[in-house]
Design a protein around this ligand. Structure first.
Ligand code: NDP
Length: 296
């Protein structure tokens, strides 16, 4: 029987565990606080930010909601980030991407104090991750590590294939998989749009992480029997539904499930974990900044 890895349940257990750490901070007189900065009127970005804020409120993290007119000067965003860096009550800063074209996303990421960079995208935090000394693991790959662990899948000595090499998913995922640490020690291949014969790579993998953003591109023929399949993709495809679309992953779920030992669904797999790990990083940040040794 193929195990369907329940991301909602694992995310809930992460949130439950955070309650202890949040109590420890409260005992020391602190409320973890995340500032979200939105410089966009894209409905998807607005939805992501409001979901992050309600997630925070649900577990007892204070959410500061800052909105900047997308037509404003880039300087307004940098000034906002600088103020948040200086504000001792703010533990985590998240600038919702994408920012408008006239703002450099790289410059924004560098402007955030690395100790408050709960996305883990600042070059200092990327460097620490690569060096095996992560301060904040990026939320999606960290969530995937937790999902794999929850399914009782050992990564050590396994062959892993990561499809996608983005800075936010593919690269940090591959880095975590090769770390000399629990959840790592896998022999890892990173595939991308120039990879020759992707199917041959995935078919020989014990663990496949699909993060290409191409609807249902990985099907059962590309999966080894008993493999663990993690589907990161969130793709809107036209469908005969009320909204006129549905969300599908990068994996063709039914055919891959027939081969896999364990698989994540879309929705309800990686997505809820990404959200939970942002809360985790924010609580961790509060512990580090207030010098409270929280249980995480
Ligand atoms: P990007 O578009 O930044 O990166 C996609 C990567 O996939 C690139 O490295 C690209 O290769 C590679 N790729 C594209 N097409 C193919 C192909 N046909 N074969 C092999 N590789 C291919 O995407 P992200 O990493 O940001 O996101 C990936 C997916 O995950 C998206 O669907 C996104 O919505 C979703 N996502 C989900 C999250 C969650 O919480 N569940 C969080 C973040 C993202 P190249 O570098 O050569 O262009």
């Amino acid at each position: 029987m193929t195990e369907i890895i329940d991301g909602n349940a694992v995310a809930q257990s992460i949130r439950d565990d955070l309650a202890t750490a949040i109590d420890q901070l409260a005992d020391a007189g602190h409320t973890p606080t995340l500032a979200t900065v939105l410089m966009s009127d894209d409905p998807a970005s607005e939805t992501y930010v409001s979901m992050k804020q309600s997630d925070c409120e649900e577990v007892g993290i204070e959410a500061l909601d800052i909105e900047i007119d997308p037509a404003a000067d880039a300087g307004e965003l940098y000034d906002t980030v600088a103020d948040l860096n200086d504000d001792d009550a703010v533990n985590g800063i998240l600038v919702q991407m994408p920012v408008p074209d006239h703002v450099s996303d790289r410059q924004v990421l560098r402007a955030i104090d690395p100790e408050k960079d709960v996305d883990g995208f600042h070059p200092e935090n990327v460097g620490r991750l690569v060096a095996g000394d992560a301060r904040y693991k990026p939320c999606t790959p960290h969530g995937i590590q937790k999902l794999v662990e929850s399914a009782g899948v050992e990564t050590e000595g396994k062959d892993a294939v990561v499809v996608g090499r983005s800075d936010i998913v593919g690269k940090p995922m591959a880095n975590l998989l090769i770390q000399k640490a629990p959840g790592g020690n896998a022999t890892t291949t990173v595939c991308h749009s120039r990879t020759d014969d992707l199917a041959e790579k995935t078919r020989n993998a014990d663990i496949v992480v699909a993060a290409a953003g191409v609807p249902e591109m990985i099907d059962g023929d590309m999966i080894a029997e008993g493999a663990t399949v993690i589907d990161v993709g969130i793709n809107r495809v036209e469908a005969d539904t009320e909204k006129g679309y549905e969300l599908v992953g990068d994996v063709d779920f039914e055919s891959a499930k027939a081969q896999a030992g364990a698989i994540t669904p879309v929705p309800g797999g990686v997505g809820p974990m990404t959200r939970a790990m942002l809360l985790y990083n924010t609580v961790k940040a509060a512990g580090l900044q207030h010098d409270v040794d929280v249980d995480l």
